[in-house]
Design a protein around this ligand. Sequence first.
Ligand code: ADP
Ligand code: MG
Length: 415
Amino acid sequence: MLDMARPLLVNIAMLFSVLFIWNMVMPFTRSRSLSLKDKILYGVISSLMALLCMLFPLEKFGDTVFDLRVVPLILVTLYGGAVPGVICAVVISITRFSMGGEFAYVGVSLAIIAFVLAWGYRGLFERSIQKWNVILKVGSIFIITYISIILWLVKPSEPYFYPIYFLSFAIAYFFIFYLTEKLVIINLQLEETVYLEKLSVAGKMAASIAHEIRNPLTTVRGLLQFISTGAKDQQVKKYAPLMLDEIDRTNKIITDYLTLIKPTKLDHVEVHLNKVVSDTIELTSVLGVYHAVKISYEENGDFRILTNPQEMKQCLINLIKNSIEAIEKDGLIEISLQNGTKRNTVDIVIKDNGSGMSDEELKKIGLPFYTTKSKGTGLGTMITNRLIRNMNGKISYESTIGLGTTVTVTLPTLK
Ligand code: ADP
Ligand code: MG
């Protein structure tokens, strides 16, 4: 029994150490689609894990080889999808065939079963919030299949081998997913902290700039009013009101902005989200018409949330404006309200058929001063994100270049 413990530990130690190095090189995270290069790299790394396992099998009797190679295969297929999964499965199969023996086909079939199973559950895995449900389901289906095939085809040399092997397989499977999920969560928290830090620095900076601008502006306004009252000059008479209007507008923007980035929460009250959304659409539709963009609205249910209506409107205006600005022609923005995936949440979905964003651009969205527009400020999404956070909500982007962008804002509802 002890002679099995050593290779088992070696197998597990190798899986874990490669996993950690992998995470250091390409930190695991969610919600971003992997590029083809990343997928191939995922395939190569997981194949390496599988090969290392095969190099130190737990047991070899007759022509059989027992090790933990399918664990990285299932892992990479669930997290990375078909491309890395196929690479890993092919590497395992070729290696197993080249090792030869009458049971080579069993090894290969098991790799294929593991891949197909994980691939089948990949969609659900990506969508579900409770990843563990899927992880445990895939694990138990595979282990049961594995046990049935092996018991049927291969007689063990020692009676205690199978219970120990399958138990250690299950434990290794559980732990590698446990570690991966832990790493994903740590990375997400780290990203969040860095983002919040940037947000607060930018907020403070912008606030002080805005404040500095307001003082001279007030002086200019006062002087202008002084010059223009009772002025004889036709030009001054004609243009002074316009100038005053513009200064007032600038002042208003600054004031709005300062209230927005104030760290204190404005009063949150019970609000019918449907009404706020339809009001905002009405507001923005003027801009829509100007850009030849149609805005449709669909509500599926009545949703009450706790928020500040002004802030909620501001968020929606920022998002809808971005959609309008991303559209070049034949614009359509579809806005809908629907039940969120979690209980007692509502999703506000804003889908446009504009220019879309690449993965690189998606990573930058929401960073202070990130803009691709000549007259943009790069503050809109930052402010929106911040306000949505204040409402205990979440915002997520999905985008394809040339096809458009879908923004989903998820907010907690009142029961
Ligand atoms: P601004 O609108 O002033 O540029 P934002 O923070 O609102 O600043 O947006 C940042 C950038 O994100 C935009 O410049 C644009 O490139 C991109 N973006 C935001 N929303 C969309 C969208 N719906 N479609 C395409 N690109 C978008
Ligand atoms: Mg904007």
